[in-house]
Each structure stands twice: as structure tokens, then as C-alpha cells.
Design a protein. Sequence first.
Length: 280
Amino acid sequence: MRFAFLLALAVWAAPGQASLLEVVTTSADLRSLVAAVGGDRVKVESLALPEHDPHAIELKPAQLAALRRAALVVRVGLDHEPWLARLKTDGMVLDASRGVHLLQTQTPRLRVERKAHSHAFGNTHYWLDPRNAWPITASIVEALSRLAPAERAVFEMNRARFLQRLEPKIAEWTQRLAPLRGAKAVVIHDSWAYFAERFGLAIVAAAESTPGVPPSPAELSKLFARMREAGVKLVIADPHSNPALVRQIAEKTGARPVTLLPSGLDYIALFDENATRLSR
């Protein structure tokens, strides 16, 4: 009954009755989720493309202008976008991590060597558990509805439709990856905690303590020994991982490397692609 009611309200609130809400996101994944919720009521662009290193973005003048005029800025939050702090926006800012059950939330997280990890306030890659689309999109509905209260029913119905598409896809990905449940893996960068928890992979270690900074020879030696002891057969790399490092780890341990995508233009397609790469 509630869905039918929302559908009726959405039909009644015809497009064109209100100007589009301009939204800027700090990642392509958040852009996809905002577009799913906002539909034709929003104009949304991402400051980062999927292939960008999310921790170090150089914005162009047009992007800076879009950021300043945006009614809403949706960010990953925590310490994921250190570059955002020095930029100015006059609109509402939504930290999409609020409401999400975060992993690795010790403050600050320290390595054995006492060096602070770049994700000091919890692992920031929470969108890589597709179940987290529920709290993320709920926050987006609330933010958009504060800016356009009359459109709340439309935003709620758009969200419901998207989650109805996502639910069976999660079951499909879980089934496809079931043969890998319990498989031990080493990651190059600590991007995959949420994905691993959702689909049953066991991450033994991360090769990089700081994104883009290769481990020292001593750290590598310890990593190789740990991988052999644990029987790790899988190395998960990101597109911007150092290929020489990935190759060295694979050659020294016999583990098979796979490059997974931590970000994508389409949220559902991102998991489709990663499930395909892993199941191969």
C-alpha cells in the first residue's frame, strides 16, 4: 500500500514543477547513488572519476565553480578526502558515512611500526559492501528532502525502486562468489574490508601502510613469510596499485593477482564487474 501511495504521489508531482537541485559528489559511486535517489529532480556530477586516486584529487576551475554553486555536496567522509578541507562550498554538506556501520574504527589506527594509517578514523571504503547502500541512500533522501520538501515522496520512491533492483543482485553476487568464501587474500591497499566481510573473503594483510608508498624490503620480507604461513593464494590490487609490487608479491609467493575496481560510474555494474573478475 505504501509503495502504491508513493507511486501515485510521484506521478502527481510531474517533472518541471521545480528547478533541478545541483549536487556535487566526491566520488563516482556516490554520484550513482544520488542519481538513483534524485532521478530527474537533480543534476549531479562527481569531482572524481573511478580511475582517480581518491586521496589526491586536483580539481579543474569548472569543478571548483560547480562545488561553490552546489546546493548539496555529498562526501565519503572520515579522512577519505583530505583535499576537500581547503575548498569552499556554500551549500549543504552530507557526510555519507553517517549511519553506516564502520569497520576498523580504532582512533587512531596505528601499525606495528607506530605509523598512523591514512584511514585513521575507520576504513572509508564502506560503499564496497552493497548492503551499505541502504543507509547511504537513506541519508541522501533526508538531505535532498531538506532542500526540496515537496519532493520527498519522489525521492523515497526512487530509493525504493533502486533497492528493489539491488536486493536480488546481492543474492546473485553472493552465489557467484560462494566458491571463494573463506579464501585468504592479501590486498595492496586496505580498500577491501567491507567487500571481504560481505562476500566471505579473509584478508590476511595489506601490503601498503600508506596509499601509493611501497613497503620497505623488511616489510615485504615479513609479508612474504606471513602469506606462506597462512597459505594465501590471492592478491587483490587496485587499478592504481604499483604493478611492479603486485608482480613481485605474486612471484615470491605463488599467489594469483586480481585487479578489482574500488569505484565505478554505475553502482550495480561495479559489483557485476568485480564478481566476474573474482569468479574467473
